[in-house]
Structure formats: structure tokens, C-alpha cells
Ligand binder design. Structure first.
Ligand code: COA
Length: 307
């Protein structure tokens, strides 16, 4: 049993900070940021709570889904590292907002691997026969935990939410998840503080671990690279995505990116990208995708999903 995407949604703040705006805040330039990261802009949420973004993305995903009603959803999983409320969980708030009264709901924290970990969790429940349909939402207000005086990290992050409705389909799943807690100091955010990152170490970790994760999923699924339509990677940095494509020997056109517009939105980046592709018709029925996430923990993972 694997997952099929049958609806997507996103909520991105209206306020946009381009690189020139950041150059007024720290010593940097549009040229430097674009060259090193591929990022040109990021969306910043000043007013709404993260839960409001998550609810909007979830509603849009349900609206786009013609096959199911909210009562058919068996599980709602929200992934986030940057949302304000301790209780109730954002997933329970979504349940109430959309009327998914038959769902069980919880939030999980796996940083930029969050969406892949949540998806894999849903697939495990589907294979146990516990659920048939799930709603997965990634939401981040990273601007609230970004050090806006640190030019080596503040240029990267943005806010947003993305959601996907997943239904079980009769096809073998393929997935992997790994963590290395002994390297947690590479990317941290102490209580009440802001993100602290060793950018070069994160970079090295990502370009090594992501191709390994993708190859493991391809092997499990016995899927040839030619049969993959798109690789949907966490949107951290253009150079990371390009390096992964090169190491896999796959054309860069199979690695859609939107980080130029949104920066790194952690666990929201994969579903925001899925939503863009889904809505503009780039994911026709039968499309075969490999998603891959990586980030703090350290954590990384990949999964097969169809449309
Ligand atoms: N503007 C201008 N100069 C900057 C700068 C900025 N925003 N940030 C750093 N610099 C300077 C540094 O001070 C350094 O100057 P020096 O040579 O005089 O000491 C120089 O640029 C090179 O710094 P370095 O840290 O080596 O740059 P880099 O090429 O590694 O790029 C990152 C920095 C953060 C863009 C890069 O390491 C990266 O993308 N890492 C991955 C981060 C990531 O994706 N994190 C999230 C994972 S989920």
C-alpha cells in the first residue's frame, strides 16, 4: 500500500521581503544571496498565528479534493518546528475547522524532514489497515525563531504552510527515515532563542545523505530513475538541489524548485511545492514522485508517492 495525492493546498503570507530588504538589515547583497542559495524573496507572517496558516492550507487541500469529504479523513498529522500554541495541537484545530470528526490528530516535530516523516507515518497506518485517507500539513513561522542580525542564517528562511490529502492505493510502498542525534549541534534552536546553524556542515550532510536516501527508495521500489517523473526535495538551497541531481545523474528539470520565491520554509516546503505543481497541471494522474527531506536532528528521509 502506498499513498496517492488527491488534493493539495497552501497558505503563504502576503508580506514579501526581498533580498534588498535584508540588505538593509544585515551586511549582505541580493547578488550574494542569489548566488549562494538561489533565494530572491521570502514570505513573512506578521499577524496570523501559524495555526491560521495551517487551517487555510488544509481547507484549500480539502476543497481541491474531489474524491473525499472531511469525514473520510482518518488521520491529520501536522509537522512544525515553529508554531506558537502548546495546546491544543494544530492538527486538532484543523480537525475542528474542517469537520474531520472521524480523524485522530497529532503534531510531530522532525524539522525539515517533517513532511516526509509524517507521510511515512501515514503509509505505515495505511498498511496496518488503521486508516484509508490522511491529511498532512506542514506549517512554519520560521521568522519568529530567526536571528535577523545573523547574515549567515537569516537570508535562508521564510514562513508558510502546505497541505496534502493522501489516499491509500494498491501499490507497494517504499520509504526510508534516518536520524543522527549525535550531530544535533549542527542546527539548533534553544528554548526561547533563535536558529543557530553551521551552514557548511548542513550543506555537506545534505548532499551526501539525500542521494543515498533516494537510491534506497528506488532500490526498494525496484524503480528505474527514468520512471520517476519528479524528485520533490526540501527547498533549502539551489546548490544542494543541483548537487543532488548531479550525484544521482538525473537532469535538473526533474527537480522542480520554488525556493527563489519562498526561501526555506522547513516542513512546509515540500507541500507548498506539491501544491504549485498540482494546481498548474504538472502532476497528472499516474505521476510518480520521490520526496526527500533533510535537516535538524540530524534527520533525513525519502518516500515514493503517486498522484
Ligand atoms: N552575505 C554576505 N556575505 C556572507 C553572508 C551573507 N549573507 N553570509 C556569510 N557571508 C560571508 C562569510 O562571513 C564568509 O566571509 P569570510 O570569507 O570573509 O569569512 C563568506 O561569506 C563565506 O561564508 P561561508 O559560510 O563559507 O559561505 P557558504 O558558501 O558556506 O554559504 C550558506 C553559506 C549558509 C549559504 C551555505 O553554507 C548553505 O547554504 N548551507 C546550507 C544551509 C541550509 O540549507 N540550512 C537549512 C537546512 S534544512
Amino acid at each position: 500500500m502506498t499513498g496517492r495525492i488527491i488534493g493539495t493546498g497552501a497558505s503563504c503570507p502576503e508580506l514579501v521581503w526581498d533580498n534588498n530588504k535584508l540588505a538593509e538589515m544585515v551586511e549582505t547583497s541580493d547578488e550574494w544571496i542569489r548566488e549562494r542559495t538561489g533565494i530572491a524573496r521570502r514570505h513573512i507572517e506578521k499577524d496570523r498565528a501559524a495555526s491560521a496558516m495551517a487551517i487555510e492550507a488544509a481547507k484549500k487541500a480539502m476543497d481541491s479534493c474531489k474524491e473525499l469529504d472531511a469525514e473520510d479523513i482518518g488521520a491529520i498529522i501536522v509537522c512544525s518546528i515553529a508554531q506558537e500554541e502548546v495546546l491544543p495541537s494544530v492538527s486538532c484545530q484543523i480537525q475542528a475547522a474542517i469537520g474531520a470528526k472521524n480523524a485522530f490528530c497529532f503534531d510531530l516535530k522532525a524539522a525539515c524532514s517533517g513532511f516526509v516523516f509524517a507521510y511515512n507515518t501515514c503509509i505505515a497506518y495505511m498498511n496496518m489497515g488503521l486508516i484509508k485517507n490522511a491529511l498532512i500539513v506542514g506549517v512554519e513561522k520560521l521568522s519568529s525563531i530567526t536571528d535577523w542580525t545573523d547574515r549567515s542564517s537569516c537570508i535562508l528562511f521564510g514562513d508558510g504552510a502546505g497541505a496534502a490529502v493522501i489516499t491509500a492505493c494498491e501499490e507497494d510502498s517504499a520509504m526510508m527515515m534516518k536520524c543522527d542525534g549525535s550531530r544535533g549541534d549542527v542546527l539548533t534552536c534553544p528554548a526561547g532563542s533563535t536558529l543557530i546553524m553551521d551552514g557548511q556542515e548542513v550543506f555537506k550532510f545534505a548532499v551526501r545523505s539525500v542521494p543515498e536516501a533516494i537510491n534506497e527508495v528506488l532500490d526498494q521500489k525496484k524503480l528505474a530513475k527514468e520512471d520517476v517523473d519528479y524528485y520533490i526535495l526540501h527547498q533549502a538551497n539551489r546548490r544542494i538541489v543541483e548537487s543532488v541531481a548531479k550525484r544521482l545523474g538525473e537532469p535538473i528539470e526533474k527537480f522542480p524548485m520554488n525556493l527563489e520565491e519562498y526561501g526555506n520554509t522547513s516542513s512546509a516546503s515540500i507541500p507548498i511545492l506539491l501544491d504549485e505543481l498540482y494546481r498548474c497541471g504538472k502532476l497528472p494522474k499516474g505521476s510518480r514522485l520521490i520526496m526527500a527531506g533533510f535537516g535538524a536532528g540530524l534527520s533525513w528521509g525519502a518516500s515514493y508517492v503517486t498522484v
